[in-house]
Write a protein that binds this ligand. Structure first.
Ligand SMILES: O=C(O)CCC(=O)C(=O)O
Length: 277
């Protein structure tokens, strides 16, 4: 019997009584509905093999888009391995939605904890509906007509370190950038959410640098308020599933000297969306 317990007022729910490896179709539909409602789901004790994690992802939608800078698992090329060694500087300690610099960012991500530091390495999620709803109505009206550019942000560091400006520019031109309305609307719920992130949003189209900087700084500061967050303390085998459209996440980088390894599957397209729209 599937049980759901809300995590915070803003977002998140713990789900118990379901195994993602053998859940039936009605269970997958219930998880999808819960994801739309709670934005991020936490399922402890799953211990999925890479092929099973990818197979579960396919029941939510089409897989396909993998991040240009991560390696995949030898048993399943749909599983990205996020492996931070003791000497590494983890790169996800910034608020972001996955791959908003592409024309079609993934709809959902499914992340499983494989190996954790003794303490630390939590992940936070922010509800960008909640950020939107907290803004002053006049400010929201000003934002309604504005769009902003998203690019790969700090992912330029790797190519620059290995091949200088030329290799950085090559990566930027291969990966590209995208423009999104600052107030976007969720395709299933229709609810407005703030679609800018400190990792990837660079510029508000049509305004000068000081104004762009001022508005983005206000939105980043608002995203950072704990009122909009849920924080997960991982256990090995816990799976988090998030709706990438109206959430952002931040992987806390407080475990220097220890290894942390996660397996991630990105669901590119929400197949249920095509069937309801
Ligand atoms: O490792 C984590 O907790 C989150 C990683 C991350 O930022 C991502 O999968 O986009």
């Amino acid at each position: 019997m599937m049980e759901m317990m809300r995590a915070t007022r803003a977002l998140g729910a713990f789900v118990r009584g379901v195994g993602l490896g053998d859940v039936d179709d009605a269970g997958v539909d219930a998880l999808y509905q819960a994801l739309i409602e709670h934005q991020v789901l936490f399922l402890p004790g799953q211990y999925l093999e890479p092929a099973d994690q990818a197979a579960f992802g396919r029941r939510f939608g089409e897989l396909g888009q993998r991040h240009h800078s991560y390696v995949t698992h030898p048993d399943s090329e749909d599983v990205v391995v996020l492996d931070w060694q003791p000497g590494d500087r983890p790169d996800a300690a910034e608020w972001h939605s996955d791959m908003t610099f592409t024309q079609e960012p993934p709809f959902a991500s499914i992340l499983q904890a494989m190996l954790l530091p003794p303490v630390g390495g939590d992940t936070l999620w922010a509800s960008m509906y909640s950020v939107h709803d907290s803004l002053d109505s006049g400010f929201r009206r000003d934002l309604e007509t504005l769009s902003a550019t998203h690019d790969p942000g700090a992912f330029r560091n790797g190519p620059f370190a290995s091949g200088g400006t030329e290799s950085m520019n090559e990566m930027l031109s291969n990966v590209g950038s995208a423009v999104w309305p600052i107030i976007s609307h969720h395709p299933v719920t229709g609810r407005p959410y703030i679609n800018v992130s400190e990792s990837n949003t660079r510029w508000i189209i049509g305004v000068g640098a000081p104004e762009s900087h001022r508005i983005l700084s206000m939105l980043f500061a608002s995203t950072n308020r704990p009122d909009h967050h849920v924080r997960l303390r991982w256990e090995p085998g816990t799976v988090a599933i998030w709706d990438n459209r109206a959430t952002q996440h931040y992987a806390v980088s407080d475990y220097a000297g220890h290894r942390r390894m996660m397996h991630r599957v990105a669901v590119a397209r929400d197949t249920r969306l095509t069937s309801v729209s």
